[in-house]
Ligand binder design. Structure first.
Ligand code: PLP
Length: 391
């Protein structure tokens, strides 16, 4: 599965490497970014932009000497701020741990709560790193399909996926790549199954700031039946456009937090001191810091319009920062071939849907990241028009 493992002729790779997600997307991006292709493939945000207050606070914190380890669970000021963003508020002392992005949080949660040989349910299509984090823990993914355009799971298939080997389920709402927001009914059903089977819920809420069209959204921390058996993974990467700062967090009940912190100390050691201080200062100076930016729905609409005009069928997106488009209305090519041709001939990078499935799937889908400046979509429109005219 992994290029790394197969190219390891000296036999250095640990067995778990072969379970890591193949990192297909970065292979497909290849040299096209350097050649000036517009990147709508990766989720790295360029709109919204980073808070100038946070940037200033980060520089000031470094100059003032905040350059050594802080508390392993995270700087207390940022933990207080994160804790207060939950309803009901979490306890910063016992329930919040600052991690090196959601990526470390995900690995920590799986390493702390899942054993080798266990099964972990994922709703597919899913973010590639879920598969990697499961592999690091020595466990196996158990995919449950969700189907376009609503991306809901089938009740019977979900129930059948819970077996005696199931140790955890990873949720991701709003989802990458589908944009599906789990409804209260879906959360209630998952809660009931997890309670019955004593299964842990690991909820990646990286896109919680972006829920559109008045759709009601719940963190698992809002659901009493899930709050104490679950781990919330959060991050400022996308919501605050600081993906390079590596500021994420875990929220869990105190007895789970104690386990998470033990692994976090072993894996990440601590968070990045001056950047945690910067976030805490920015949050202190702006009461709306944890509130969602409200421009993303307009960016979604624009992306939908531009790709729709080019003939693609755009699927509805309830939240997050990705649009899924069905390419069947434009081509018979599979999504990897079409994404490559769009990159090379149109100069527009998109992510093939196949990146988000553990087996077959996504051959007719592309994922488009729309957390980009509005002006960029004029150029995307121009390039797609030239591409379709060229046949
Ligand atoms: C669902 C999901 N979780 C986690 C991450 C990574 O977040 P972080 O930058 O905080 O590690 C991403 C990034 O694309 C994501 O899509």
């Amino acid at each position: 599965m992994s290029g790394t493992a197969s190219s390891d002729q000296r036999g250095l790779a640990a067995a778990r490497i072969s379970g890591l997600a193949p990192g297909k997307l970065f292979g497909l991006l290849g040299d096209n970014r350097r050649r000036g292709a517009l990147d709508l493939a990766v989720g790295t945000p360029s709109a919204p932009t980073t808070s100038p207050v946070a940037i200033e606070a980060a520089c000031e914190a470094i100059r003032a000497g905040a350059n050594q380890y802080d508390h392993p669970a995270g700087n207390l000021a940022i933990r207080r701020s994160i804790a207060a963003s939950f309803v009901p508020a979490a306890d910063p002392e016992t329930e919040i741990t600052v991690t090196l992005g959601a990526t470390e949080g995900l690995a920590v949660a799986l390493l702390a709560l899942v054993d080798p040989g266990d099964e972990v349910i994922v709703l597919e299509p899913c973010y590639e790193n879920f598969v990697s984090a499961i592999a690091l823990a020595g466990a196996r993914p158990r995919p449950v399909p969700t189907r376009a355009p609503e991306w809901r799971y089938d009740h019977a298939q979900l129930r059948a996926a819970f077996t005696s080997r199931t140790r955890a389920i990873i949720l991701n709402s709003p989802a990458n790549p589908s944009g599906h927001v789990l409804s209260s009914g879906e959360l209630a059903e998952i809660a009931e199954l997890c309670e019955k089977r004593n299964v842990t819920v690991i909820s990646d809420e990286a896109y919680a700031a972006y829920v559109f069209d008045g759709i009601s959204y719940a963190s698992i921390a809002d659901v009493p039946a899930l709050r104490d058996r679950g781990v919330v993974i959060g991050t400022l990467s996308k919501s605050h456009a600081v993906s390079g700062w590596r500021v994420g967090f875990l929220r869990a009940a105190p007895e789970i937090t104690r386990l998470l912190r033990q692994v976090h100390v072993a894996v990440g050691g601590a968070g990045v001191t001056p950047l945690q201080i910067a976030v805490a200062r920015a949050a202190e100076s702006d009461p709306s810091f944890w509130q969602p930016a409200d421009t993303l729905a307009a960016q979604r609409d624009l992306a939908t319009k531009v790709f729709g005009e080019a003939g693609y069928r755009c699927l509805p997106t309830e939240g997050g920062c990705y649009l899924m488009i069905d390419i069947r209305t434009v081509t018979r090519e599979d999504s990897e071939t079409h994404a490559r041709r769009l990159a090379e001939q149109a100069g527009v990078l998109t992510a093939p849907g196949t990146c988000f499935f553990t087996g077959k799937g996504g051959e007719n889908l592309l994922r488009v990241a729309f957390n980009r400046p509005v002006g960029l979509f004029d150029e995307v429109r121009r390039r797609l028009t030239a591409f379709s005219l060229s046949g």
